[in-house]
Write a protein that binds this ligand. Structure first.
Ligand code: URA
Length: 434
């Protein structure tokens, strides 16, 4: 087989066999295929796409490039959730302990924030001591003892994806349907869950901007998962405005702790509990997503989810006392308030703009190796549709340095739109795909 011939066929819109894709992946991992050749291959896939069979083969080969964790010794259903990424998108922090409290095991391998979207691992690491690296033995033991575990991708899980992703990130080849599908699923299939729920975001704060493409991604994630024998559901959710009121690593943990202790944050609770409902449905603990949503909402009322979160924090060597002290608001030194310049209603809180502002404040990264800060971020005082009067607080920005506030403010000012008329209601759950 010849690397150039394979790239050329994909470049010209042809279909690749499983053996050809294997030849490229193996060659890349053993050094006989170069970075620049894989980059050309990725760009060819970006423009020419892959059909269902090629996507399935690519996923399987990336999955087989590393270990596949076997959790069959743990009796009980294991279900995970994956989000395509958003702003203020913090549901993993609630869902893992919530499902564990309801008797469903959640083995979760999460990612870091990149670009305008936040990442679960960065949020967890805002808890002092919280360790997101575990070997397979500890991962399994924690899952068994606590009911949930949240770690980062190890070098042994889907290493082909790790290497591909690093290239895609710097060669404008991230937003390709077959590449995203195979990347997400090669990791999710390796972690040992029997069922998967996908939260596919739609709107300015999502990674994939085109709504039709997001729907196709949701459909493909479900269909490819099923071909691997997994149960799967995708929920298409709104990401035009940030989810909840708090954006930033510790701020998002804080908001989740508030919710676990009874605070009603409507949009966050709705999206969270529909996802939890889908997980319970796949686990066989609810007859449909609606019933699962009600069970999930009830579980948040009795304090068990919060207790489970504390147990998980301790199991990961995180400082549970720091977590328990969440009411003692931890804020960086510098802050700035943004006020409404008119009477009326909030029409837009553009999620992309808020995500970029959060990066400028130090809560996110501009490059993959940037260090993120724990406390900076944004607290919204208004949500879309809320009435507002001139001079009223829209949001407050927090940073460790004054200069970062100066950099972030223009993004927020551009992201906020008010108007005289009240706009009709927003739709948080766009669709559910089985
Ligand atoms: N998340 C992933 O893990 N991979 C992608 O390609 C995009 C989002």
């Amino acid at each position: 087989m010849n690397t150039v011939e394979i790239i050329k066929r994909k470049r010209d819109g042809g279909k690749l066999t499983k053996d050809e894709i294997k030849f490229l992946i193996d060659g890349y991992l053993n050094g006989s295929v170069a970075d620049y050749q894989i980059t050309s291959f990725l760009m060819a896939v970006y423009f020419r796409g892959m059909d269902d069979e090629e996507t399935l083969n690519l996923t399987e080969l990336m999955l087989q490039s590393g270990d596949i964790i076997d959790l069959s010794h743990i009796k009980g259903v294991k279900v995970d959730k994956h989000s395509t990424g958003g702003v203020g998108d913090k549901t993993s922090l609630i869902l893992a302990p919530q499902l564990a409290a309801l008797g469903v095991y959640v083995p979760m391998i999460s990612g870091r924030g990149l670009g305008h979207t936040g990442g679960t691992l960065d949020k967890l690491e805002s808890i002092p001591g919280f360790r997101i690296n575990m070997d397979e033995y500890e991962y399994k033991r924690t899952l068994e003892n606590i009911g949930c575990v949240m770690i980062g991708q190890t070098d042994r899980l889907a290493p082909a994806d790790k290497k591909f992703y690093a290239l895609r990130d710097v060669t404008a080849t991230v937003d390709s349907l077959p590449l995203i599908t195979s990347s997400i699923l090669s990791k999710k299939l390796a972690e040992g869950a029997e069922a998967l729920v996908f939260d596919v975001k739609m709107g300015s704060g999502a990674n994939m901007q085109d709504e039709d493409e997001s729907r196709k991604l949701a459909e493909r994630l479900v269909s490819v998962s099923k071909k691997f024998g997994k149960k799967a559901v995708a929920v298409l959710t709104d990401m035009k405005e940030p989810l909840g009121y708090k954006i930033g690593n510790w701020l998002e943990v804080e908001e989740c702790l508030e919710v676990m202790n009874g605070k009603k944050v409507d949009d966050l609770l709705k999206v969270n509990n529909v996802l939890a409902g889908a997980m319970l449905f796949l686990a066989g603990k609810a007859k449909d997503v609606r019933e699962g949503e009600n069970i999930a909402a009830q579980a948040l009322e009795d304090g068990l989810v919060y207790k489970k979160f504390l147990d998980m924090t301790s199991a990961h060597d995180g400082d549970a006392e720091y977590v328990k002290d969440y009411k003692n608001l931890k804020r960086p030194v510098f802050s700035r308030k943004i006020f409404s310049d008119a009477d009326g209603f909030v029409h837009k809180l553009d999620a992309f703009g808020f995500g970029m502002a959060s990066v400028m404040l130090g809560a996110g990264r501009k490059k993959a190796d940037d260090k993120v800060r724990s406390l900076p971020g944004i607290i919204l005082n208004k949500k879309c549709g809320d009435p507002v009067v001139k001079g009223e607080l829209i949001c407050e920005l927090f940073a460790d340095e004054e200069k970062k506030l100066d950099d972030a403010v223009p993004y927020v000012e551009k992201a906020v739109t008010t108007g005289a008329e009240k706009k009709s209601g927003k739709k948080l759950i766009i669709d559910i795909i089985y």
